[in-house]
Design a protein around this ligand. Structure first.
Ligand code: HSE
Length: 308
């Protein structure tokens, strides 16, 4: 049997919601898992880059592959070991750009393997395993269930999450630079401890951000995307953060601009066609910085992963 799962990209943090907030985007990877015919043939991992634009050579094709690691944990959950499997990852989500490509292959691998095994794991188990492999739940949760999610990784390894409707006229523009930034590097620049002052700043911004999204309040949300616990440290790794934020400040129908996940992609949240009005100027900002970017404006993806 062979199972293929289509999994959306995700953008995490949304400014103050570090390791907690995330939403799904309509760009998809497809992950296929099949049992190999010959017992003892081992694990085979194939990566197909449809767009031929990503550096897929850096993706491990052995036991270190994160889809395989997640599948192995699922097999362990039922007291077995995953030995003879073929995993095919068809990539459309840019790799190491802060768009949840790793979360997508973890979730895709888990859903497909769970289907092959006859559904031994429920959603809670899948999310717990996915968060263990990923280290945080903010990408894997919306990758699985779609939409805008608030997730908390609990000390027992379980994930508590809540999904809130995203306002339909709030568009999501991705500015995807042509250079990579590994999440481990973007996390290594963060301090082990932050001050109570900075933590309190993020708590109040995040609380207001959720309220603004819930109430679809486009004036309130403009005050909510700043944070003091990750973006200030990552600014030096993502070219254009300061320039872009300064330019977009107070522009009509622009609601906010943040680093997508751990970067280097930027996420601009705008109302209606707000981004279209500034797109040409934004291109010039990145041209001046000698950074090639792919810019696309999308709606939220509300469905999450699907077996196809
Ligand atoms: N919350 C994670 C981080 C997302 O900011 O490191 C990684 O994509």
């Amino acid at each position: 049997m062979k199972i293929t799962v289509k999994v959306p990209a995700t953008t995490a943090n949304l400014g103050p919601g570090f390791d907690c907030l995330g939403l799904a985007l309509p760009i998809y990877n497809e992950i296929t898992v099949e049992e190999t015919v010959m017992p003892g043939s081992g694990i085979e991992i194939n990566i197909i880059d449809d767009s031929e634009t990503f550096d897929i050579l850096s993706i491990p094709k052995d036991e270190n592959n994160i889809a395989y690691k997640a599948i192995q944990l699922l097999y362990n959950f039922i007291g077995q070991s995953a030995s003879d499997l073929k995993i095919t990852i068809k990539t459309n989500i840019p790799v190491t750009r802060g768009l949840g490509s790793s979360a997508s292959v973890i979730i895709g691998g888990l859903i497909a393997a769970n289907e092959l095994l006859g559904h031994p794991a429920d959603e809670a188990v899948l999310l717990s395993i996915a968060s263990e492999v990923e280290g945080h739940p903010d990408n894997v949760t919306p990758a699985l269930v779609g939409g805008f999610c608030l997730s908390s990784l609990e000390s027992d390894g379980s994930v508590v999450y809540s999904k809130i409707d995203w306002p339909v006229n709030w568009k999501l523009t991705l500015i995807v630079p042509d250079y990579e930034l590994d999440t481990s590097i973007a996390r290594s620049v963060l301090p082990d401890c932050v001050s109570v002052h900075d933590a309190a700043y993020n708590i109040r911004k995040c609380a207001l951000l959720i309220d603004a999204i819930y109430k679809k309040d486009s004036e309130l949300i403009k005050k909510c995307f700043k944070d003091k616990i990750h973006q200030p440290y990552r600014e030096k790794l993502v070219k254009g953060f300061k320039e872009l934020n300064e330019f977009l400040e107070n522009k009509e129908d622009i609601l906010g601009c943040v680093i997508s996940g751990s970067g280097p992609t930027f996420l601009v949240i705008s109302e209606n066609d707000g981004f279209e009005k500034v797109k040409d100027d934004v291109k010039i900002i990145f041209e001046d910085l000698n950074v090639n970017c792919d810019i696309k404006t999308l709606n939220i993806e509300n469905e999450g992963s699907k077996i196809i």
